[in-house]
Write a protein that binds this ligand. Structure first.
Ligand code: ACO
Length: 321
């Protein structure tokens, strides 16, 4: 029996687009530097009336419409975010209330940029136990609210957005679609390479993103290529069997280097970092939705999702669409 099936995707972006040229008016940077080092050309930034929950709700509604199912059938909502509306309650409960499907399970997952992979694995596991029949798995972020807009080494890298998928519990009807294999990892020793310098229990402030970029880059390529290999080995598949890779959109150079290490053709890698920048937990489901809606990812395709983020945390999940 395959794992849970992905039956719909959706996404949402803030209205306002901020170009590299606009950022160059605020900090000492340039479009040329940002494009050459990261591949990013623009990002969407939330306005005053846009929050992590409003983006998550819009993405969730789009995913439900795409799946053609009613919100009332959703018994589980897992929302990955590092930028919740409030410290508590979970932003997932706000999504639940907005969709009008109260009574099921709803909680947030904090694994930063790999949060969606963690949330997907948790949802797949809970669906397999019979906890619910259908789940919404959402990655949603307003990272712009935790950026130090004076720090050119971080503020140019991130954007806001949300992506969502509808997952259905596996059944033994012989259908081979669904989640085939997943691996997750964390290494708490690497805390200081990428973190936020605030929080309720330490500074009682929200804090700002701090990062040692070059070291994060090096770890990302090593960890991501290793976890992709693990999932391929688990499932008895080779890199050339993959139809698509949907990576966390941190930096075009990380995407290129990881694909090269595994011998995956660059044209099989979905890239949205140029338009969305790094939207943390939202980046994988956003890119997945873009590539499904533009017709590249089709039913039956073999798709590898992968991400790494602060913690460090990282993971990969292989899905037959
Ligand atoms: N504009 C212009 N110059 C800049 C900027 C900027 N925005 N930012 C840094 N610089 C300068 C630095 O100050 C440095 O100047 P110096 O040589 O005078 O000291 C120079 O550019 C080179 O800096 P490096 O840090 O060596 O540049 P690098 O090539 O490593 O690129 C980057 C920096 C883009 C951050 C890269 O290290 C990276 O992408 N790392 C991965 C980080 C990442 O993706 N984090 C996201 C979260 S984790 C994840 O999602 C996997």
């Amino acid at each position: 029996m395959s794992g849970s099936r992905l039956i719909g995707t959706g996404s949402a972006l803030p209205r306002r687009i901020v170009t590299n040229a606009e950022l160059a008016e605020r900090v000492d940077t340039s479009d040329e530097w940002i494009v050459a080092r990261t591949g990013i050309r623009q990002r969407h930034i939330a306005g005053d009336d846009e929050t992590t929950s409003t983006l998550a709700i819009a993405a969730a509604r789009a995913a439900l419409a795409d799946a053609g199912v009613d919100a009332a059938s959703i018994g589980l909502i897992i929302l990955a975010t590092a930028t919740p509306d409030n410290t508590f309650p979970a932003t997932a409960t706000k999504v639940q209330a907005a969709l009008g499907c109260n009574g099921g399970v709803a909680f947030d997952v904090a694994a930063v940029c790999s949060g969606f992979l963690y949330a997907l694995a948790a949802a797949d596991s809970l669906l397999r136990t019979g906890m619910a029949k259908r789940a919404l798995v959402i990655g949603a972020e307003t990272f712009s609210r935790i950026l130090d807009w004076e720090d050119r080494t971080t503020c140019v890298l991130f954007g806001d957005g949300a992506g969502a998928v509808v997952l259905e519990a596996p059944s033994d009807d012989g259908d081979t679609r669904g989640i085939i294999g997943t691996r997750l990892h964390a290494d708490g020793d690497q805390h200081d390479l990428l973190y936020v310098d605030g929080g309720p229990s330490t500074t009682q402030t929200v804090g700002h993103v701090r990062m040692r970029g070059q070291e994060v880059f090096r770890h990302a390529v090593v960890n991501l290529s290793a976890v992709l290999r693990e999932v391929l080995e688990d499932t008895g598949l080779r890199p050339e069997d993959l139809d698509w890779v949907v990576p966390h959109q941190a930096n075009a150079r990380i995407l290129d280097a990881t694909a090269r290490k595994l011998g995956i053709a660059p044209e099989k890698v979905i890239v949205t970092v140029d338009r969305h920048a790094n939207t943390s937990a939202a980046s994988v489901p956003l890119a997945l939705d873009v590539a499904r809606k533009d017709g590249r990812i089709k039913a039956g395709d073999l798709v590898m999702l992968e991400a790494m983020g602060g913690g460090f945390t990282w993971g990969a999940s292989l899905i037959r669409m």
